[in-house]
Structures are given as C-alpha cells and as structure tokens.
Design a protein around this ligand. Structure first.
Ligand SMILES: Nc1ncnc2c1ncn2[C@@H]1O[C@H](COP(=O)(O)OP(=O)(O)OP(=O)(O)O)[C@@H](O)[C@H]1O
Ligand SMILES: [Mg+2]
Length: 230
C-alpha cells in the first residue's frame, strides 16, 4: 500500500519562560493513501501540534516529515506554500472562517490564493461553479450567501471542510472536527468525512473523543508524546 505521508521521530517542545514543555517526544506514523485515520489523545497531549507539523504550519525541533516520499525540509519556501495550499487541506479546530465573507467567498479563499489575481479573473466562473457543487454536496446549497455568524455550528464546520477541499488536496487534515458540536451534529460531520473517504479522499483526523475515533478505519493513540497503535 502506498504511504502518502510519513512522520519519523518527531520532537517538539515549547519554551515557557525558563521551563521547557516537551510535547512530542519521538512521534512516528505512516498514513496509507486512501485511508481514514483517527489519532486520539487527551486534551493537551499534542494533537494540534502534530497535525500542524504534518501540514507544515509548524516545524518540528527534530525528526522529519515525508510527503509522497519527499522530505519537507528540502522544500523551498515557494514549494512549501504550494504544499500548504494544494497538497493538504486543513480543517482547523475553531473553524477560522472570516465573518466579513459569506459561505461561498469563504470556500473560495484557498482557490484565490492558489491562482493569484490574474489567474483569478480568468478562472473565477469555473471555480465558483466548483465551490457551489462542493457546498451543495455538503448540504449547504441553501446557505451560499450566509455569513458564518448566521450559521449553526455544524454548518460552519461543513463550510470549513468545503474550504479545505476546494483545491482538491491529496490529504485532508481535520483538527477535532466534531469538538465544538453536540453529539448528533458531530456524528453527522463524521458521516460527511466517511463519505469523502469512500470517494477516495485520504483523511487524518485528531480527536479527544474515543467514540468518534472508533468510527475511523484506523485508530492510533497519542500518549506521552508518542503514537501507539491500538
Ligand atoms: N505556542 C505554544 N506555546 C507554548 N505552549 C504551547 C503552544 N502551543 C501548544 N502548547 C502547549 O502544548 C501542549 C499541546 O498542545 P496542543 O494544542 O497540541 O494539544 P491538543 O492535544 O491539541 O489539545 P486539545 O485537545 O485541547 O485541542 C499543551 O499543553 C499546550 O499548552
Ligand atoms: Mg487541539
């Protein structure tokens, strides 16, 4: 089976005044292309830290991340930006939607960033159509002009997922995608992710919730800064 992303011996600590807080202490994992993996761990165990490192939003102190066999440390700044914008889609723990923009505009943001202003003028109509198809698929066809604050929590999370998928990333990284939702809405979001995975999308999700994690295909645990297989 192909491995889309591999992390080896990842160490990360934060300096807090004179103390050093060691969060990741030799975490290693490999994600099979096409799989749906959940990493479960207590609050503060380093799940977001690990996911940010996989998405190149943060750098490890030690260890390496390989995407499709290529070491991220060898990527130029430009290649890294491309990686963040196109190879991976990131669903943030607290949505990070822009309140000034409506649902459709929020979803289009990564596409705008990917092509720049000249490319945007050329490709705008087709991308808007693609965003509408995506939002329709996520059950938001009737909410295109709503602003984030006019949406329910589950709807906001689905906009965040649509935005993450906009550039057709090979890998979707979801940070606690059900964390701020009631359990029924949370399971609904999980169904959305499972459906995407059935369509071929590789997904890594982190969560503190064992019941949610148990619905993924592969479950790993983050404890004491390391990954343990269940
Ligand atoms: N920028 C930072 N500076 C200092 N400490 C940090 C920083 N980011 C995270 N930490 C600390 O590192 C630890 C791991 O944080 P992280 O956000 O990765 O945990 P988490 O497993 O995602 O938790 P949660 O389930 O609550 O989201 C926490 O104890 C946190 O306080
Ligand atoms: Mg977190």
């Amino acid at each position: 089976m192909d491995t889309i992303i591999r992390a080896e011996n990842i160490h990360k600590s934060y300096r807090m005044g004179r103390e050093r807080l060691s969060v990741l202490r030799g975490a290693s994992l490999g994600i099979a292309t096409g799989s749906f993996t959940a990493i479960v761990g207590a609050s503060g165990s380093g799940k977001s830290t690990l996911l940010h490192i996989l998405g190149a939003l943060d750098r490890p102190d030690e260890g390496r991340v390989e995407f499709e066999g290529q070491d991220l440390r060898r990527f130029s700044g430009r290649r890294l930006n491309q990686y963040r914008n196109r190879s991976v889609g990131f669903v943030f723990q607290f949505y990070h939607l822009l309140n000034e923009l409506n649902v459709l505009e929020n979803t289009l943001l990564p596409a705008m960033a990917a092509v720049g202003s000249a490319g945007w003028i050329r490709s705008r109509t087709s991308r808007q159509e693609a965003a509408c198809v995506l939002l329709e698929r996520l059950g938001l066809g009737g909410r295109l002009r709503h602003r984030p604050y006019e949406l329910s929590g589950g709807e906001r999370q689905r906009v965040a997922i649509a935005r993450a998928l906009m550039n057709r990333p090979a890998l979707l990284l979801a940070d606690e995608p059900t964390g701020n939702l009631d359990s029924k809405t949370g399971f609904g979001i999980l169904e959305v992710l499972k459906e995407l995975n059935r369509g071929g999308q590789t997904i890594v999700m982190v969560t503190h919730d064992d019941r949610i994690a148990g619905l993924a295909e592969v479950v790993w645990r983050l404890t004491d800064g390391k990954i343990e297989t269940e």
